[in-house]
Design a protein. Structure first.
Length: 333
C-alpha cells in the first residue's frame, strides 16, 4: 500500500513512524528490501524499546523504556479455557535512565497537547467507563502502577496489593462466557460467519469502488479448513520427532500453544513417536534433516519412551515480558 498509494486509493502519505516494542522488519510479511525502502522514505522515526532490533536501527530517536523486571503491568490471560489477570511487578529499581511506557506516552502527550484526549481513549481501551469511579482523571499523568491498580479493581474488585500477594486471578473460563450469551449459541461449528463477512466485504468494496476489488483473493474465505493431510504425516517413517517452526501474523506471542490444530498435530506426532520408540534401543539422536514440508525431522530415541515430554523455547534477547509463555504453557507442563 505504501509503495503504490494510488492503487489503494490512499489519500495521504505517511511520513512518521512511532514504534513501541515493535519490530515489523522481523514479524511483518513482505519483501525485506521493500520495507527498507519504506523506512528510508520516512521523514521521522521514533522508537520506544528496551533492546536494539532490525527496525529501530532506522530510528532517529530511541526512547529507552523500563524492561519487564522494572515496571508494572496487569495482563489478561486470554487462553481458550481460562481467564483472569496476571501481575508483572518490578523486581529491581531501574538500572539506567529509563522510563515506563506510560511515563513516556504521558510526557509526549502532555508536551504535544493531547494528554486529556489520550486519557479519554485509554479509559475506553481499558473499559474503565464500565465503572466510572475507576476512570482515569483526564487532566493528569498516570503511572503504570496506578493503571494496573484500576485494571485490577475493574476485573474482580481486588486492588493491586492483592495481586502483589497472589500473583494472578486466573480461573477456568465460566460457561456463561464460553457459550456466547449475546448470540444465544456457542461459536458456530462450521464458522460460516466467514462467508457472511466475505459477501459483506464484497458489497462494501463494490459500493466504494475500491481499485483492487477485482484482484482480492476471495478463495481464502472458507468456512472450514480444506480436508488435506498434514504434510508432516507424509514424511519418511524414520523421522519420529518433529519441530513445527512457523510464524503466523495472526497468532500473538505464545498463542500457537492454544491453536487446536497445533495441539492435535502434536499429540498425533507424539503418539507416532511412542509407537516407533518402543521397538528401538539406541537412545541417541542419530540425525537431523529437513523434510519436504519445511519442518525439521529428527531421528531420536528416548530412554523413557512411555510419556512425551514438552518444552517451550524462547529467546531471552527478544523477550518483552508479555507473560504469554507463563500464561499459556503446553499441555503436560
Amino acid at each position: 500500500m505504501l509503495k503504490q498509494p494510488e492503487k489503494y486509493d490512499l489519500p495521504y502519505r505517511p511520513d512518521t513512524v512511532l514504534l513501541c516494542h515493535a519490530n515489523p522488519l522481523w514479524n511483518v510479511p513482505g519483501d525485506r528490501k521493500t520495507w527498507y525502502e519504506i523506512l528510508r522514505s520516512m521523514r521521522f522515526i521514533v522508537a520506544i524499546d528496551i533492546i536494539p532490533n532490525e527496525t529501530n536501527e532506522f530510528a532517529d530517536i530511541i526512547l529507552p523504556a523500563h524492561d519487564f523486571f522494572e515496571g508494572w503491568n496487569l495482563l489478561m490471560n486470554d487462553g481458550a479455557h481460562t481467564e483472569g489477570l496476571s501481575l508483572r511487578q518490578p523486581v529491581s529499581a531501574p538500572l539506567y535512565d529509563t522510563k515506563s511506557d506510560e511515563d513516556i506516552f504521558n510526557e509526549l502527550a502532555d508536551r504535544l497537547g493531547f494528554l486529556t484526549a489520550g486519557n479519554r481513549m485509554l479509559n475506553i481501551a481499558i473499559g474503565l467507563q464500565l465503572k466510572p469511579e475507576l476512570m482515569l482523571e483526564t487532566d493528569r499523568r498516570h503511572t503504570d502502577k496506578d493503571i494496573a491498580d484500576r485494571k485490577a479493581r475493574l476485573w474482580n474488585g481486588k486492588d493491586v496489593n492483592w495481586y502483589i500477594e497472589h500473583g494472578h486471578s486466573v480461573t477456568p473460563r465460566q460457561p456463561k462466557k464460553t457459550y456466547r450469551p449475546w448470540e444465544g449459541l456457542r461459536l458456530r461449528f462450521y464458522i460460516e460467519g466467514l462467508l457472511h463477512m466475505r459477501d459483506d466485504l464484497k458489497r462494501k468494496m463494490e459500493d466504494a469502488k475500491v481499485p483492487i476489488r477485482h484482484e482480492w483473493d476471495w478463495e481464502c474465505y472458507q468456512p472450514l479448513p480444506l480436508p488435506l493431510i498434514d504434510p508432516v504425516l507424509k514424511e519418511p517413517a524414520e523421522f519420529n520427532l518433529y519441530a513445527n517452526t512457523f510464524k503466523e501474523i495472526h497468532l500473538n506471542f505464545a498463542e500457537t500453544v492454544g491453536t487446536p490444530r497445533a495441539t492435535d498435530s502434536s499429540w498425533e506426532l507424539h503418539a507416532s513417536v511412542l509407537r516407533r520408540a518402543r521397538h528401538r534401543k539406541d537412545p541417541q539422536i542419530v540425525g537431523l534433516a529437513a523434510g519436504r514440508s519445511g519442518q525439521f525431522g529428527v531421528r531420536a530415541e528416548r530412554k523413557d519412551p512411555l510419556m512425551p515430554r514438552w518444552g517451550m523455547v524462547f529467546d531471552l534477547k527478544r523477550c518483552i515480558g508479555c507473560n504469554a509463555c507463563a500464561n499459556r504453557p503446553p499441555l503436560g507442563g
